[in-house]
Design a protein around this ligand. Structure first.
Ligand SMILES: Nc1ncnc2c1ncn2[C@@H]1O[C@H](COP(=O)(O)OP(=O)(O)O)[C@@H](O)[C@H]1O
Ligand SMILES: [Mg+2]
Length: 164
């Protein structure tokens, strides 16, 4: 596990961008953490780093479930499972299939659906009770997709690393 500290929304954008630099087609990324933790903010920084066009405005897909951005170096599917009722509904979104075809998915509240989403990078964001602008962020992984890239990932986020 890698533990990071963000002190502003700009830092969250920057560290998301650093993570995006190590991401490749077929990566599933789960974003966990409560309301307002910064999952959508993370996605904004991540999408920009993939080169998603500024006029593809990145916003929360809470009501539409999935937004797809196709102008970056990898097709990006951004989902928010907060309102989904069952694992079957999550499966129906076809996120795993899209990822297996060569896309990347960022899935807010995806931790509840890991059985359907499969192997993934898990980014957990946590508010700080004493500092509105700070977040404690951890990176962990399910499966072996990241074994060969783990040290590169560690290097990419070194600026924000704290001892865990
Ligand atoms: N360090 C930080 N990282 C991310 N967001 C932050 C941070 N500090 C303050 N914020 C603010 O917290 C809010 C996070 O909202 P959002 O990304 O929509 O959360 P979520 O998608 O997890 O519900 C935004 O208004 C953002 O500006
Ligand atoms: Mg959100």
């Amino acid at each position: 596990m890698i533990s990071l500290r963000s002190r502003s929304v700009q830092e969250t954008h920057a560290l998301a961008s650093a993570i995006a630099s190590v991401v490749r087609p077929r990566d599933m990324v789960v974003l966990s953490g409560g309301m307002g933790a910064g999952k959508t903010a993370f996605t904004v920084g991540f999408a920009r780093a993939l080169g998603v066009n500024d006029d593809e405005h990145v916003s929360s897909p809470t009501f539409t479930l999935v937004h797809t951005y196709s102008t970056g170096r990898i097709p990006l599917h951004h989902a928010d499972l907060y309102r989904l009722g069952s694992l079957g509904e999550v499966a129906d979104l076809g996120l795993r299939e899209q990822v297996d075809l060569g896309a990347v998915a960022l899935v807010e509240w995806g931790d509840v659906a890991q059985a359907v989403l499969g192997d993934c990078l898990v980014i957990h964001l946590e508010n700080d009770l004493d500092d509105d602008d700070a977040r404690d962020i951890t990176i962990s992984v399910r499966g072996h997709d990241w074994d060969a890239r783990w040290e590169r990932l560690r290097d990419a986020v070194r600026t924000w690393t704290v001892q865990s």
